[in-house]
Design a protein around this ligand. Structure first.
Ligand code: GAL
Length: 677
């Protein structure tokens, strides 16, 4: 077997979506492929939910319809991303193997009639998915339409955790492997507290329903265990496919929306990274979250091109109020993903389902049919992707790294923290949004990565920070880097135990401080800080203050109201060749401007100076660059660039106007230097 390719064999950029033709009569398939061709679709994901059709009875396979489908696609020049249907085992499976159902934390066993209900720990499930993946790979490993394998669907949703007896037995084995001895486990979990000491592995139950909160170190390990189990299931299928087929293998991640999966680890298992992203309707600036998600996906992919496996042409159906995308919005969304490294733009789904739970979800071909605004925009986007096909493979470069660690998310957002108002994702988004509004392109990084290539490293939410990662950050500053750390970082180690030496102690040298006591604000309470570096200015703050103990840092802002009145709020510390900044209160995206402006100066970074609603990212090709501009504002805006707008053919010799709500992809001469854009 030859080594797997890392990109599906598709000409140009890939364009398409999930395709579930089994929901339609055969005649409809012919119409589908005709319209797909009209829209420029060259890749569709098939079979993701098709187990019941592929194996209607245990051991009895029906591949005839899939043969027909793949042949039809191939005859029409459309490639297939062939799904394995492990997210949705058939009714017979649960009837035959009731032990393979998931048990929730209250002991309720999940019934059939939905999707995603199988226990990752059940041997019957693992055997069945290996068998199915193997059968598919045997049959379609050489099919010319199949250019990629798509294992499962969105690991971890709708359920990840299983509290049933099978899972608990796996959990006990997992703990024995991790700790070897019960002394090790007792020490790591701090079981002397509340008398939780264990003297038998079998007594270590799952952190299910308990009278009050569960030991947080146990919960953190449970999250690691659950993620490991899901990855094991992926590997079972991957290996079953790899025995017979050489096409690249992927599974669809959910970047910033994923809770249960540590994508740094997952990315190492796939040949090509894919991501799903859906706008969050209540957020008026949901496109900023989209950009964050895209940058995070590219970062876990190690900077390599990635696949936008799913987004929506218009409304989804699973939020409280499912807002429809307005004209031009889908195109802006797609081009943001492209600008941030996606070389494939795909949707859920090709044709809207008439029945079932997702009948109100938008699609490339909506219920209204081909004579519709959405389909016209789908065709237009397909044309655009052909016009900009040369972007494929071009890289995004960044001078700034934002630290992102799923273990820190799992540990931070548990119960009984100093303030419910301190949330990992909220601060991640706020710091990211400041950079986004300043037009500064970022990578995400893991705290132990080599960060020396970045001018600035930002840690918005590094609650869990191991001593060795803290040492890495300290070395980064010593070597001349600029580090910006937000409060409630550097608090606990890998066992969720407070670091010795006080809060933030592992970063004491880099930041020139520790924190003696947290001073969270009451719900809704507001405060302010006075910034005194350069022009004095007052900035509103809320949620958090603290009693900072200075060990060499300079105070650049102090609290002028609230429980920490008169105490340092923002500090700057020189250490070695570099600088460590610290923000000890919660600042809005707007108020963070003052901090970031000063930090950019230290780091040698220039904000773009463009309107905040104009998103501009550069992809660097082998011989030329591509400037991708997305205007989220209503007014036209100008970007300084010379080249050709590949979408309109317009030539610009220094400035290009991008219409309100519009987009541009400008082919331009290769820029010198590194990232930043
Ligand atoms: C995704 C899922 C798809 C579809 C979509 C609807 O999370 O992978 O199968 O359900 O949501 O938005």
């Amino acid at each position: 077997m030859t080594a797997a390719a890392s990109w599906p064999r598709v000409e140009g950029l890939a364009y398409g979506g999930d395709y579930n033709p089994e929901q339609w009569p055969r005649e409809t398939w012919d119409e589908d492929v005709r319209l797909m061709r009209e829209a420029g679709v060259n890749l569709v994901s098939v079979g993701i939910f098709s187990w019941a059709m592929l194996e209607p009875k245990e051991g009895l396979y029906d591949f005839a319809w899939m043969d027909d489908l793949l042949d039809l696609l191939h005859a029409n020049g459309i490639a297939a991303d062939l799904g394995t249907p492990s997210v949705s085992p058939p009714a017979w499976f649960f009837h035959q193997y009731p032990e393979a159902r998931v048990t929730d934390k209250n002991g309720t066993v999940m019934g059939f009639g939905s999707r995603g209900m199988a226990s990752h720990a059940a041997p019957e499930y693992r055997e069945a998915i290996a068998r199915m993946a193997g059968e598919l790979a045997k049959r379609y490993g050489d099919h010319p339409a199949v250019v990629m394998w798509h294992i499962h669907n969105e690991y971890g949703v709708p359920v990840a955790e299983d509290f049933g007896p099978r899972a608990v037995a796996s959990w006990q084995r997992w703990l024995q492997e991790r700790y070897s001895t019960l002394e090790g486990l007792n020490a790591a979990w701090g079981t002397a507290f509340w008398g939780q000491r264990y003297d038998d592995w079998e007594h270590v139950v799952a952190p299910a329903a308990t009278p009050t909160i569960v030991n947080p170190a146990m919960k953190l390990d449970w999250a690691r265990f659950t993620d490991d189990q899901l990855r094991e299931c992926f590997v079972v299928e991957r290996d079953a496919i790899r025995a017979h087929a050489a096409q690249p293998i992927t599974t669809n991640f959910m970047a910033h929306q994923s809770w249960n999966t540590d994508l740094w680890k997952w990315a190492e298992l796939v040949d090509v990274v894919s991501d799903d992203h859906y706008l969050w309707s209540p957020d008026p600036d949901a496109h900023v979250g989209l950009a964050l998600s895209a940058d995070l996906t590219r970062s876990v992919a190690g900077g390599k091109p990635w696949i936008l496996m799913e987004h929506s042409t218009s409304a989804v159906n699973w939020q409280g109020r499912n807002t429809a995308k307005r004209p031009g919005e889908m195109r802006r969304n797609a081009l943001t993903h492209l600008g941030r490294g996606a070389d494939a733009i795909m949707f859920f789904q090709w044709r809207a389902s008439r029945s079932g739970a997702e009948k109100f979800h938008s699609a490339m071909l909506p219920h209204a049919g081909a004579e519709s605004r959405v389909f016209r925009e789908v065709v237009e986007l397909g044309g655009h992707l052909q016009d900009v096909a040369d972007v494929r493979g071009a890289e995004v470069r960044a001078d700034v790294a934002v630290l992102y660690d799923w273990e820190s998310l799992w540990a931070q957002d548990l119960e009984w923290r100093p303030s419910d108002d301190v949330q990992f994702r909220e601060r991640m988004r706020a710091f990211y949004e400041r950079l986004w509004r300043d037009g500064v392109t970022v990578d995400f990084a893991y705290p132990s990565h080599d960060l020396s290539g970045y001018k600035l490293v930002v840690a918005p939410a590094s609650y869990l920070l191991t001593a060795s990662s803290a040492a890495n950050l300290t070395r980064y500053v010593e070597g001349g880097g600029t580090l910006l750390v937000n409060f409630f970082s550097g608090i606990v180690n890998e066992n969720d135990a407070v670091h010795e030496g006080g809060f933030v102690a592992p970063l004491r040298d880099a930041l020139g401080l520790t924190v003696e006591e947290f001073l969270p604000l009451r719900e809704g309470e507001t405060a302010a800080v006075r910034w005194t570096r350069g022009d004095a200015v007052e900035l509103p703050s809320d949620v958090w203050q603290e009693d900072i103990a200075l060990v060499g840092a300079e105070v650049v802002a102090e609290n002028i109201s609230g429980p920490g009145i008169g105490k340092p709020a923002i500090t700057r510390n020189t250490h070695g060749q570099g600088v460590g900044w610290y923000v000890g209160t919660r600042l809005s995206v707007e108020a963070l401007t003052t901090v970031f402006d000063a930090v950019y100066t230290d780091a040698g970074i220039e904000a773009s100076g463009l309107p905040e609603t104009l998103e501009v990212v550069t992809r660097h090709g082998a011989a030329e660059d591509f400037v991708i501009a997305v205007n989220h504002g209503d007014d036209a805006a100008r970007i300084p660039v010379a080249g050709i707008d590949l979408l309109t053919g317009a030539e610009t010799d220094g400035e290009l106007e991008v219409q309100g709500g519009g987009v541009a992809v400008v082919r331009t001469a290769r820029m010198s230097g590194g990232g930043g854009d």
